[in-house]
Ligand binder design. Structure first.
Ligand code: PMP
Length: 421
């Protein structure tokens, strides 16, 4: 019923290769200078990749190069530096578009996923909203895929989550009704690791004339995404979760939707003409990009996506799946530890609770052992309410994690047992 998306989407990117080449994790780790440091005097085991990922040399150098050699404002100057800065900034749009399987004029730069969702709420949902209208979400959404819809006055309706953390897809389908102005769904849950069957959900929603927004924040670093094959009307991601810089991201939207939407922020670059009486708007996507943008952010994001493409998302996926299987086997052996989110085909995120210790205390001990994990509600309070827990400890894996990280996590959890019972 609830088939995970990722295997088919991974294979659509590499149609002739079903067995990915192995990933050279030693060589990958060497490209992340931050990982070489000690934490609390121990080897650093960075397992908070769902919160943000570390940056490879390729990204650090791209940012450095941009500021050393190319910095100028974009779209305005006629001089050489401005041409280079504009070229790099617009080339990044091509890279992002290719990465998502979109056209470049369907990519709107934002500060990240959160800002992209607020843009869709203000410019797409709000103008269409009548009293009682709904945005249909799932019970596993990040707060950023709940609150923006509330802010524009929509009634947020959530489909239930099953005991293993999978979406109750049948219940979700039953909630599709004429009052739903938009279905908004997370592709990969940042708390449960659940991979939602977004292509099937898009088909079901479209059959009832309902457009779909997909939150790709936790997906793009771990699986190949093709927004056209998926059929999503809107798709968003944040660069910092895909080895790129913080404060940058993108919204994909079908061109005809962007054309029909009013602008959001007013200011420079988003206009064609301005008088004191009346202004007219620039073409899409610039209509949504007022003011001097984060030019270096675009450059760094392109470097990150090209770096990840060179590693190969099929290899990343295989590597992280192997890590997930091994880490799950090892942590599940710890007495009194319960994993929250065990849906088939889940992504490499392990949320858990321990019966003898509060998540924060577990996190403190792990920190003393050099293991960086996230504790708390992970901006998904409704998930905590659903599972009747105050929070979880979350270990989330990325391309540079290795067997030593799993050893260190297991050892640190044994220390928790010894110290906290
Ligand atoms: N959606 C999901 C599923 C997330 O995990 C996050 C970040 N934790 C966001 C949205 C928001 O991303 P950002 O803070 O980069 O805007």
């Amino acid at each position: 019923m609830n088939q995970p998306e990722r295997v088919p989407t991974t294979l659509t990117r590499v149609p002739n290769r079903t067995v990915p080449p192995p990933l050279d994790v030693v060589a990958i780790r060497a490209q992340f200078p931050i990982l070489a440091q000690l934490s609390r005097g121990k080897r650093l085991a960075y397992l908070d990749n769902s919160a943000t990922t570390q940056k490879p040399e390729a990204v650090i150098q791209a940012l450095d190069h941009y500021y050393r050699h190319d910095n100028a404002n974009v779209h305005r100057g006629l001089y050489e530096l401005a041409e280079r800065a504009t070229g790099a900034y617009e080339r990044a749009r091509e890279v992002i578009a290719r990465f998502l399987g979109a056209q470049h004029d369907e990519i709107v730069y934002t500060r990240g996923t959160t800002e992209a969702i607020n843009l869709v709420a203000r410019c797409y949902v709000q103008p269409r909203l009548e009293p009682g209208d709904e945005v249909l979400v799932t019970g596993m959404e990040h707060h950023s895929n709940i609150v923006p819809w509330q802010l524009v006055g929509a009634k947020v309706v959530a489909a239930p989550v099953l005991d293993d953390g999978a979406l109750d897809l049948a219940a979700w389908k039953k909630l599709l009704n004429p009052r739903v102005k938009l279905a908004a769904v997370v592709q990969v849950s940042n708390t449960l690791g659940t991979v939602n069957p977004v292509a099937e959900m898009v088909r079901a929603a479209h059959a009832r004339g309902i457009p779909v927004f997909v939150d790709g924040a936790q997906a793009v670093a771990h699986m190949a995404v093709d927004v056209k094959a998926m059929g999503a009307d809107f798709y968003a991601f944040s660069a910092h979760k895909v080895y790129g810089p913080t404060g940058f991201g993108a919204l994909y939207a079908k061109r005809e939707l962007l054309e029909a939407m009013p602008p959001w922020h007013g200011g420079g670059d988003m206009i064609r003409t301005v008088t004191f009486e009346h202004s007219t708007w620039n073409d899409v996507p610039y209509k949504f990009e007022a003011g001097t943008p984060d030019i270096a952010g675009a450059v760094g994001t392109a470097a990150a996506l090209e770096w990840l493409e060179a590693v190969g998302l099929d290899a990343v996926h295989a590597h992280e799946t192997a890590l997930l299987d091994e880490a799950t086997r090892r942590v599940a052996k710890i007495p009194g530890l319960r994993i929250i989110g065990t849906a088939p085909g889940k992504a490499a995120i392990i949320s858990f609770v321990m019966d003898s210790a509060h998540p924060q205390d577990v996190g403190d001990v792990l920190n003393m052992e050099g293991v960086a994990v996230r504790t708390g509600h992970h901006c998904t309070m409704p998930v905590m309410a659903r599972f009747c827990i105050p929070g979880t400890v979350r270990a989330s894996f990325g391309v540079y994690n290795d067997a030593a990280d799993i050893d260190q996590l297991e050892h640190a959890l044994q220390t928790v047992k010894r110290l906290l019972g």
